[in-house]
Design a protein around this ligand. Structure first.
Ligand code: SR1
Ligand code: MG
Length: 405
């Protein structure tokens, strides 16, 4: 299959990218720019432009008409660049300090020119290095509460909400998630990557009909529950951090879906890092303390999210039912159990599916790596099968602590 590409689309090079930024008059001398393609993600080119004389810098991100992680045989819509830049602009209206500033977009070339975040580190890398980010939970709690509440039916007029659904229809990228997160890992599918020693436990997983029934429900929720405009791919590779600052990037998977999906992806990736610490910190003191930090991030994120979501609900809720006592609690209870279920799917997917994570795959001692992966599969299975019973954050934390022994 080949991708249908817009007529005037051209992939940029380190040479041609200069002509994109020249009209912005951001740099003094475009011909003096140092330009590198630094994309290590799955889907796009990322050009880093620096002007040494002024130390000014920018990022130019361009979508490719295929998934870079697989190759040209996997065509992928360029419309995701529009989705990403429009989603970033929407988030900037609500939480400008938590997203990169967008300076320019060109939907034909599928590109976005944005603020350079080189002063930040990708959260996944920071967590692998055992770094702590004191503001992370507050920032992600704020990002999710603000973006999700303000794009939901609790706030928007029903007509505006339906317009939002239309604007962010993202069928091709949703299909990637429907397949890679919510289907393929639960079947013997060619996209999976499973080392031989894990075959017995994976076979158990594939034979588990109760598990599959729960995944089926979660997938159906993902397909049908248009609750709010999600980031859609909120894992630790989509978050830039310093100790003081957090920037959420890469919302090309944005669409109007179930709120628990965003929180579930974030929590799942923290949990994968939690499991990986067994290999990273061989020290008896450091490992438990870092793990406690990660669980605190989960708990605190949830607390920040719910506190702000409740406040927004009572101060800005527009639907008549937002005025009914206890209605917000009922909704947040639902979001919590959805979060746990989706987190379970993401844990399993990042362990045996396509686009696995460095937290696990960088563990050099393969025996330890596989033992941790087994624990991840068990944890993911429990999160999915028990998501309705794990109806309080403390129950989740206890399950994680017990499951990692
Ligand atoms: C083919 S895209 C693989 C993955 O990369 C993105 O970050 C998403 O997580 C997607 O599932
Ligand atoms: Mg991404």
């Amino acid at each position: 299959m080949t991708a249908t590409v817009a007529k005037n689309y051209q992939p940029l090079t380190v040479e041609t990218v200069k002509s994109v930024v020249e009209p912005l008059h951001y740099f003094d001398q475009v011909d003096q720019l140092e330009i590198n393609e630094i994309g290590d993600g799955n889907l796009n080119y990322i050009f880093h432009l620096v002007e040494p004389a002024t130390s000014k810098s920018l990022i130019v991100k361009q979508a490719l008409p295929y998934a870079k992680v697989v190759g040209e045989s996997w065509p992928l819509t360029l419309d995701r660049a529009r989705i990403e830049s429009e989603s970033l602009k929407k988030a900037a209206e609500l939480v400008p300090e938590l997203v990169p500033q967008v300076l320019y977009t060109d939907h034909t070339l599928a590109l976005t020119v944005m603020e350079d975040l080189s002063s930040h580190t990708i959260l996944r890398k920071g967590l692998i290095a055992g770094k702590r980010y004191p503001k992370l939970a507050e920032h992600i709690g704020t990002y999710t509460a603000q973006t999700l509440f303000h794009t939901s039916d609790f706030f928007l007029h029903p007509f505006a909400k339906k317009e939002l659904v239309k604007e962010f229809l993202n069928p091709e990228l949703c299909k990637i998630t429907e397949d890679l997160v919510l289907t393929d890992p639960f079947f013997d599918h060619e996209t999976n990557e499973i080392p031989k020693v894990l075959h017995p436990i994976v076979k158990e997983l594939w034979d588990d009909q109760e598990l599959k029934r729960e995944v089926a429900k979660l997938k159906f929720q993902f397909l049908t529950e248009a609750e709010a405009l999600l980031h859609g791919d909120l894992h630790s590779g989509s978050i830039f951090v310093t100790e003081e600052s957090t920037k959420v990037i890469d919302p090309e998977f944005a669409f109007v879906g179930p709120i628990g999906f965003d929180l579930g992806q974030f929590f799942a990736n923290l949990l994968l890092n939690y499991l990986s610490q067994e290999a990273t910190f061989r020290d008896e003191v450091d490992c438990p303390s870092y793990r406690t930090y990660l669980l605190d991030v989960i708990k605190d994120t949830w607390n920040h999210f719910t506190r702000q979501f409740r406040e927004l609900w009572s101060s800005k809720g527009n639907d008549v039912f937002t005025k009914i006592d206890g209605s917000v609690e009922l909704f947040l209870d639902k979001v919590w159990v959805d979060t746990i279920g989706f987190a379970g799917c993401e844990v399993i997917r990042r362990t045996i599916g396509l686009a696995q994570v460095e937290d696990l795959n960088s563990i050099q001692d393969l025996k330890i790596q596989y033992t941790i992966k087994q624990k991840a599969l068990r944890l993911g299975t429990k999160l999915i099968k028990k998501h309705k019973q794990l109806d309080h954050p403390d129950l989740l934390l206890r399950l994680v602590q017990e499951g990692s022994k």
